[in-house]
Ligand binder design. Structure first.
Ligand code: ZN
Length: 148
């Protein structure tokens, strides 16, 4: 009868070879400090620290939300500029064709948007523009609503 011992941590395939450099470096992965020999891959270091998959995805979703919220600010600014120049009321409907000339370059949601219209919804001068792609979750693409 074979008795299996606890998993030998050294025998786990961590994807990249073990390093034996005399210098060690301390990385921070998902907020945890991990000290490993210099030259160790980030995936191996994460594995040694017990992190199965480092949270690259979280970093990306935060970056996308920041970019998109910045776009929403640009869109809102474009709407306000258009409304001011053309003397539109707060309740006036806004179309993309009204404001496209006020936007610099292509403004699309970084979370898979390909055009303005598949990325953003605009309604009236007083309503904030919204992203239609990421509306919930930990990092929604939402402008803080101003009290007005
Ligand atoms: Zn977005």
């Amino acid at each position: 009868m074979t008795v299996h011992s606890d998993i030998d941590r050294a025998s786990i395939d961590r994807g990249t070879p073990q390093r034996t450099a005399t210098q060690s470096v301390t990385l921070e992965i998902d907020g945890l400090p991990v000290t490993v020999p210099a030259g160790t891959s980030i995936m191996r270091a994460a594995s040694l620290a017990g992190i199965a998959v480092p949270n690259f995805i979280k970093a990306r979703t935060v970056a996308q939300a920041n970019t998109c919220i910045n776009h929403l600010r640009q869109i809102d600014a474009a709407i306000q500029e258009w409304a001011l120049e053309t003397k539109k009321a707060e309740s006036q409907q806004v179309l993309y064709s009204d404001i496209s000339a006020y936007l610099k370059g292509a403004v699309v949601c970084p979370a898979g948007g390909t055009t303005f219209l598949d990325s953003y919804a605009i309604t009236t001068v007083s309503d904030k523009p919204t992203c239609v792609r990421v509306t919930k979750g930990d990092h929604p693409h939402l402008l803080p609503q101003s009290a007005n």
